[in-house]
Design a protein around this ligand. Structure first.
Ligand SMILES: *Cc1c(COP(=O)(O)O)cnc(C)c1O
Length: 400
């Protein structure tokens, strides 16, 4: 079939017509277990009644007014995000990359208005993913994403993930900030070494640098804390959010302390759609659910259960699964066979998961998943692994 869509994605030939909870349905009525959540987006699953209600209610009132006017629902969302985090101030956008753009601009502006305009450089980490705009591909530093798009935006110095000595060495007179995902998502669910984030915080404080956390994938309870930084016990100065904040409605947010945001005065930044009433209504409804007592406990319980069962699968199929890693419901299976083969086998089991760097398959169920659904997923993952183990055994036999 020819398509008029720009072919930048290697899409699977599969389309879903509707969803409900952790399930997706094709037009033919085939049911798939969603272990992708639109890449860590649909935290509350599909067609959550409260989200449908919030969106339709707002749709009957007003969709868009622009940021020339006050948007009360946005003021309320910002207030709630600040109350639940380290932040004092929020800027809303429509995507993760935009939230990072704002974070990067803010860090540069902070140094500039602090009398250090030369401190525009930001230290980033190998294996990072920060988005696909010209600036965020430079921050990401992946050659594959930079190739052919002209000179990369200047101002990023990349060091190996988890290497504190390399960070220290990279700090120079032009360094203004350090940008890191508290757990790398696209990079392969890579958790930094213990105390690494704390050490970065200390380095920043000692050198007058801002610490920026990219929580676009880890934020909104995905890792079993509302924000992943809470696990580490250190707060950033700036944090980018997106993905699960709208649970499927496009939204991004840049959160900051008043001090870090002090340069972002009237006229310094803007967005036509950012913070529009529809997005604000949905994100407020997402917070209603996620902040309910017990929600995060549920994520932790499901995480524990899934990780225990995955550890058993790893033991049973040691030729297939090399490692189970991650926090909360951001879980990675590092594979011996290609991760893509596992994604295909899972799809044959009517389960959708997504590959990441480091030969990892990411398991990202909606956070509302229940025990029975975890059990069903585990059975499917086990069967997929068993087939790959069989293949492995056959290949080994043929080679001997
Ligand atoms: C997805 C992601 C982004 C980019 O978000 P978009 O909405 O695709 O622009 C940035 N950082 C991290 C950590 C992500 O996972």
């Amino acid at each position: 079939m020819t398509s008029h869509l720009l072919p930048t994605y290697a899409r699977v030939d599969l389309a879903f017509e509707r969803g409900e909870g952790v399930w997706l349905y094709t037009a033919a009525g085939e049911r798939y277990l969603d272990f992708t959540s639109g890449v860590a987006v649909n935290a509350l699953g599909h067609a959550h009644p409260r989200l449908v209600e919030a969106l339709t209610e707002q749709a009957h009132k007003v969709w868009h007014v622009s940021n020339l006017f006050r948007i009360p629902e946005g003021e309320r969302l910002a207030e709630r995000l600040c109350a639940a985090s380290f932040a004092d101030t929020v800027f809303f956008q429509n995507s993760g990359a935009e939230a990072l753009e704002c974070s990067i601009k803010m860090a540069r502006k902070y140094q500039s208005v602090s009398g250090k305009p030369e401190r525009y450089r930001i230290i980033t980490f190998e294996g990072a993913f920060h988005g696909r705009t010209l600036t965020t591909i430079a921050a990401t530093g992946n050659k594959k994403y930079l190739e052919g798009f002209g000179p990369p935006v200047d101002g990023f110095d990349q060091v190996p993930f988890g290497d504190l000595e390399a960070v220290k060495k990279a700090i120079g007179p032009e360094t203004g900030a350090i940008l890191i995902e508290p757990i790398q998502g696209e990079g392969g669910v890579r958790v930094p070494p213990p105390n690494f984030l704390r050490a970065l915080r200390e380095l920043c404080d000692r050198n007058g640098l801002l610490l920026i956390f990219d929580e676009v994938q880890t934020g909104i309870a995905r890792t079993g804390e509302l924000f992943c930084y809470q696990r580490a016990g250190v707060a950033p100065d700036i944090m980018a959010l997106a993905k699960a904040l709208g649970s499927g409605f496009p939204i991004g947010a840049c959160l900051a302390t008043a001090e870090a945001g002090k340069g972002m005065t009237a006229g310094t930044h803007g967005s036509t759609f950012g913070g529009n009433p529809l997005a604000m209504a949905v994100a407020n409804a997402v917070l209603d659910e996620v902040l309910k007592p017990g929600f995060i406990d549920h994520v932790r319980e499901m995480s524990l259960l899934l990780k225990q069962r995955l550890a058993e699968i790893k033991d049973r199929h040691a030729s297939v699964v090399a490692e189970v890693r991650g926090e909360g419901l951001l879980i990675g299976l590092r594979m011996h066979p290609p991760a893509s083969a596992m994604v295909d086998e899972l799809r044959a089991e009517k389960t959708v998961a997504v590959a990441a760097g480091d030969n990892v398959v990411r398991l990202l169920p909606p956070l509302i998943i229940n025990e029975a659904e975890i059990g069903e997923a585990v059975a499917r993952i086990d069967r997929a692994c068993a087939r790959l183990a069989q293949e492995h055994a056959r290949a080994k036999e043929a080679a001997s």
